[in-house]
Design a binder for this molecule. Structure first.
Ligand code: BDP
Length: 687
């Protein structure tokens, strides 16, 4: 096993499971005429059954006893019939939902995969296969809770992936449109199995070229492969495209010439991609051009593009990740997005969604939820999660993000809704590349999986998802799933502890964001420096975001602002995010803040070692290649955790001037050693 098959491995079942699956699927029957989408569903069922049962399944034209029957009301009038009990249930499932049921149809006992549309059938087929492979009962009705379930590829046209740790981009722009890699189809299968229904092919730091005819043709070729799987193609658009292509004299969104250009461009795209999804835009952030260059607002910019796409039913996903030099950068970068976007609530066109990162800084190992969730009731919002682990040790360190996504989604905004309930869509910055195992490491496949499952149902449990993934990826044997799930569930907290415990953030190495660098204080902009974020000195540590500091807290609902104003009622995990506290501040554990910080670093390292030994215990149960590949990574993770612990302790001790309490091991090297470490060819770094 090399990981290429992801969670769609369809390995032979044990005897009992085989008998049960066989009984449910003596033949595969599609009601009505095939379409490209039902063909994909039937092919997947054939592939799955052949793998799990060890022989090719029969495909029949009409249902008999034991048939696995795929039907929509349009394909099988009986389903739509007034006497059919399923009719009402189906009516609640919308265009993408499905139901699985063992029932009697046309005088036969069948396993029914029913939906209102062909894409629902495809999703139902994947769900049935998942149940078959994990031994779950095929009795379900499910519909996605979010309309838009997107991947965002940060893939450049030269195939370098920004923050990508799994090889080159899977999109071979050079070979497209004539040569369509088999991987595109397998990508579509994997994503459809999770219910992902859109993908942005190129980096948010976009180039004008992507909107020229040759690249539109390439994107169209990808769209053709993904279409049967219910996945629409989107592109990241650079705001100044017409100007940079020398086709207009300005990029001002209110200029008639510019508006007309984008309209023509939209028409041109829809001619070759009739179901093109729309644009994702990063504007006026990190040097990207945008409407503010012309003293216009984000809404002016977004609405101009939205007007061009609206006749074709396309959408604009406008990112709220804005941070630029100026007042905010000098005081508190965390406040900029809210300050710029909250006043615009209600002024975006109907086909604009604002895409907000999970936290207000930048994909840190832990952040409180972004204050814009719950604050823009008149604007459809999308969550942006980062599946690729830019700040969590790349694909080297193990960190299951299901728990992190869950933590944010379940956060109560105190505006009557959880974060999940404020969402219309979700975007995940993909961790997919052309590595054989797709995601750089086997465990990182779990993050793609968890993201997709949570995009379908943001209320799902990270633990249940981990269990499902482990069963599909390694083995349904509980002697494998139970320990693998334990590893997954502890892994992200482990990384938080050895990198940024107690609410610390952004103390990673400059540019690449790998490894510790809390000492960096000499970068051009204040908010590029780790010292800006931890503010440690001889007296204390932490960022004061209360009223005595930057008051970023006031961007949250009053109940939260009140609760977090006091360090004693602030959740410990966010303590230093919101407060600057003296080193001798007494923690709930009874330890001083200084001692607690050291204890957290120690725990992070101890847990990294525990991950390693837990995996070692699984050796007899895991296939050799995947075992070895993760074994090496977990060893490297122990090295990284040691480095983080030692470097951070050495540095914070150099500022606090405090002694290490008895029992705490001194760092292996002096601070200067850690400061001198370099990572010259760290992957994914655009600089
Ligand atoms: C940061 C990355 C940078 C991205 C930026 C973004 O370091 O490479 O371009 O986010 O989201 O996390 O636009």
């Amino acid at each position: 096993e090399d990981g290429y098959d992801l969670w769609l491995r369809y390995r032979p079942l044990d005897k009992t499971a085989r008998a049960s699956v066989q009984a449910q699927a003596r033949s595969i029957v599609l009601a009505g005429e095939p379409s490209p989408t039902t063909r994909a569903a039937v092919e997947e069922l054939k592939r799955g059954l052949a793998g799990m049962l060890g022989r090719d399944p029969a495909v029949a034209a009409r249902p008999g006893d034991g048939a696995l029957l795929l039907a929509t009301p349009a394909r099988l009038p009986e389903l739509a019939g007034a006497t059919n009990a399923l009719r009402g249930e189906l009516a609640t499932l919308g265009d993408e939902g499905y139901l699985l049921r063992q029932t009697r149809i046309a005088g036969h006992n069948v396993t029914l995969i029913a939906a209102n549309t062909d894409i629902g059938l495809l999703y139902g087929a994947y769900a049935w296969l998942r149940d078959a492979a994990t031994g779950a009962k095929p009795e379900a009705a499910s519909a996605p809770k979010l309309q838009l379930r997107m991947l965002n590829h940060w893939d450049n046209l030269d195939r370098v992936v920004e923050r990508g740790y799994s090889g080159q981009s899977i999109w071979d722009w050079w070979a497209l449109p004539d040569i369509k890699d088999q991987r595109y189809t397998d990508y579509a299968r994997a994503n459809a199995s999770l219910g992902i229904n859109g993908t942005v092919l190129n980096n948010v730091n976009s180039k004008p070229e992507v909107l020229t005819a040759p690249f539109i043709a390439k994107a169209a070729a990808v769209a053709d492969v993904l279409r049967p799987y219910g996945i629409k193609v989107y592109l990241s658009a650079r705001f100044s495209t017409p100007l940079e292509l020398h086709e207009t004299a300005t990029a001002d969104p209110l200029s008639p010439e510019v508006r007309a250009w984008w309209q023509r461009k939209a028409d041109e795209i829809y001619k070759v991609i009739p179901d093109f999804g729309g644009f994702l835009v990063k504007a006026n952030s990190e040097g990207q051009p945008g409407p503010q260059d012309y003293h216009r607002t984000h809404a002016d910019g977004a609405n101009m593009l939205a007007a061009a796409l609206a006749p074709h039913k396309g959408i604009v996903m406008w990112r709220a990740f804005v941070y630029a030099p100026g007042e905010h950068s000098a005081s508190d970068r965390a406040k900029q997005a809210y300050d710029e976007f909250k006043p615009l609530d209600g002024s975006f066109a109907a086909n604009v969604l604002v895409q907000v990162k999970n936290g207000a800084i930048d994909f840190q190992p832990r952040e409180p939820f972004h204050p814009l969730f719950g604050a823009m009731p008149k604007t459809p919002l999308m969550m942006e999660f980062q599946i690729t682990k830019e700040y969590l040790g790349f694909s080297t360190d193990m960190a299951y993000l299901g728990t992190m996504f869950e933590e944010t989604l379940r956060s109560d905004t105190r505006t009557g809704r959880t974060v999940a309930q404020t969402l219309t869509g979700m975007a995940g910055v993909a961790n997919i590349g052309s590595d054989r195992n797709w995601s750089g490491s086997h465990f990182d496949q779990a993050n793609w999986y968890a993201y997709g499952r949570l995009a379908w149902n943001p209320q799902a449990s990270a633990r249940d998802i981990a269990t499902e993934w482990a069963a599909l990826t390694f083995s349904p044997d509980v002697r494998v799933t139970a320990p693998v799930v334990d590893m997954l569930m502890m892994s992200r907290e482990t990384v938080v502890n050895y990198m940024t415990p107690l609410g610390l953030h952004h103390i990673m190495g400059t540019g690449h964001h790998y490894g510790p660098a809390p000492w960096v204080d000499n970068l051009e902009r204040p908010d590029w420096n780790p010292v800006y974020y931890h503010r440690a000195d001889s007296k204390g540590i932490g960022f004061d975001r209360t009223a005595s500091g930057t008051n970023a807290l006031e961007q949250y609902a009053p109940e939260i602002a009140r609760q977090y104003a006091d360090p004693h009622t602030t959740p410990e995990q966010f303590l230093l995010w919101f407060h600057h506290l003296p080193w001798d501040y007494v923690m709930p554990s009874g330890r001083t803040l200084w001692a607690e910080l050291l204890a957290r670093y120690d725990k992070g390292l101890a847990d990294a070692k525990s991950l390693q030994s837990r995996w070692a215990a699984l050796k007899p149960m895991i296939d050799p290649r995947r075992y070895r590949e993760e074994e090496q990574r977990l060893a490297r993770q122990v090295y990284n955790a040691t480095l983080w612990r030692d470097a951070c302790i050495a540095y914070f001790q150099s500022v606090s001037g405090l002694a290490l309490p008895p029992g705490v091991q001194a760092p292996a090297h002096p601070l200067a050693y850690y400061q001198a470490l370099r990572y010259p060819y760290a992957p994914g770094n655009p600089k």
